[in-house]
Write a protein that binds this ligand. Structure first.
Ligand SMILES: *[C@@H]1O[C@H](CO)[C@@H](O)[C@H](O)[C@H]1NC(C)=O
Ligand SMILES: *[C@@H]1O[C@H](CO)[C@@H](O)[C@H](O)[C@H]1NC(C)=O
Ligand SMILES: *[C@@H]1O[C@H](CO)[C@@H](O)[C@H](O)[C@H]1NC(C)=O
Ligand SMILES: *[C@@H]1O[C@H](CO)[C@@H](O)[C@H](O)[C@H]1NC(C)=O
Ligand SMILES: CC(=O)N[C@H]1CO[C@H](CO)[C@@H](O)[C@@H]1O
Length: 342
């Protein structure tokens, strides 16, 4: 009975803890740019059908992997779509970002496709397989924000954060989010390659992006929009980056889950303890006599400790009676330690 109610109680706690919003959703749906193609498809009504077919499929896929690509239809109107979120978004945030960004592609039709960049996600559609494209003629950059005051320091910090990301991202599933500080001026950066690109292609894309971003200095904000990658720097924090003291929301969440798991195990352990305790109740009674003698020993120990404390108390009192001598002694010790640290 006791273990049953304990089980229900702990399950209720577990369910409660999960319904609390541990991560505040921010899908970063700020619009950065949209580019539409110039050539038109043959049969646009088919194209719309293909598109909704693909986005239906992608909704689940993007929730799971934060990345999806698919193609449907017959050439020359076969439709290819690729979508991806920045890796620091949670799966829920990513799905939200995708839901919004995917509505912006059909307004490019009857063009064969286009690209849309949000701060949190990306989508591209066209009538040919562009999946492994790294750079294209439409690649561009956006320099914005204000002009930074401490140009030299900011430039050093940006340079540092960009080169760190260029080193890190290709070997960390194409993603890096970090910050660097130079003489008190911080620069924050994020780099993301589309996951379909291998390490070398990602590296190629990002090195072009870094060169492009550097030309934005002394602007406080820059975004590079390449065919195969997205790169951004800023003078303010816009993401939970991986090299700072901040924990990402995912980390906080997994930590909380871990704590709850441990808590649950503890509750069960206590439950089992109660059970075992009941079973061994008889044995306990049998051992009661010997336990009583144990208690006696323990009591003696406590008394001994109290006695020792009492002794100490009297000792201190008598110590403070001889006031001057004690003070003089401490003063001397303090002086010695002070000259040491000086
Ligand atoms: C959790 O956060 C989302 C997004 O901010 C919100 O829509 C939802 O209502 C929240 N849920 C709870 C239980 O607070
Ligand atoms: C487009 O394709 C559909 C189905 O294949 C066809 O019914 C329709 O007439 C076509 N439209 C044009 C403008 O070719
Ligand atoms: C649309 O999606 C369904 C299921 O995913 C698939 O069976 C069907 O062939 C797709 N339609 C086209 C036109 O490809
Ligand atoms: C894409 O569409 C254009 C214009 O309709 C066409 O010329 C081209 O061949 C198509 N590309 C492919 C790979 O079918
Ligand atoms: C940009 C962003 O999402 N920042 C969040 C990082 O995480 C902390 C705490 O988990 C939040 O307070 C920030 O808003």
């Amino acid at each position: 009975m006791a273990t049953h109610s304990l089980l229900i109680f702990s399950l209720a706690i577990y369910a409660m803890a999960f319904s609390i919003n541990l991560s505040r959703a921010d899908p970063r749906t700020d619009y950065v740019m949209r580019m539409c193609g110039k050539v038109h498809v043959q049969n646009v009504s088919n194209y719309f059908k293909y598109y909704s077919n693909i986005t239906d499929y992608m909704q689940d896929e993007i929730y799971r992997n934060k990345f999806a690509f698919k193609d449907v239809g017959e050439p020359p109107d076969r439709l290819y779509v690729l979508a991806q979120c920045m890796d620091d978004l949670t799966n829920e945030e990513c799905a939200m970002c995708f839901t919004q960004i995917s509505t912006l592609i059909p307004s490019c039709f009857p063009s064969t496709g286009g690209r849309v960049y949000f701060d949190g996600c990306f989508i591209r559609a066209d009538n040919y397989s562009f999946y492994r494209e790294v750079l294209g003629p439409e690649d561009t950059k956006r320099c914005s924000g204000r002009i930074v005051n401490k140009r030299q320091e900011f430039s050093v910090a940006v340079d540092e954060v960009l080169s760190q990301m260029l080193l890190k991202a290709p070997s960390f599933r194409g993603f890096a989010s970090m910050h660097e500080t130079s003489n008190g001026i911080s620069a924050y950066g994020m780099a993301s390659c589309w996951k379909i690109l291998d390490r070398d292609l990602c590296s190629n894309c990002l090195s072009e992006a870094v060169a492009s971003a550097l030309s934005c200095i002394p602007s406080t904000e820059a975004r590079v929009l390449n065919a195969g990658c997205f790169l951004r720097y800023s003078d303010t924090s816009f993401a939970n980056d991986s090299n700072g003291g901040d924990y990402s929301e995912e980390e906080v969440f997994s930590y909380a889950t871990y704590i709850m798991g441990v808590g649950l195990i503890c509750v069960f352990a206590i439950g089992i303890g109660v059970c075992v305790g009941k079973l061994s109740y008889r044995r306990k009674i049998r051992l009661k006599q010997s336990k009583e003698t144990e208690d006696l020993v323990l009591e003696e120990r406590v008394q001994y400790m109290q006695f020792k404390y009492a002794t100490l108390d009297t000792a201190t009192q008598s110590f403070s009676d001889s006031n001057r001598l004690g003070r003089g002694g401490f003063g001397e010790v303090f002086k010695v330690s002070e000259t040491r640290t000086a």
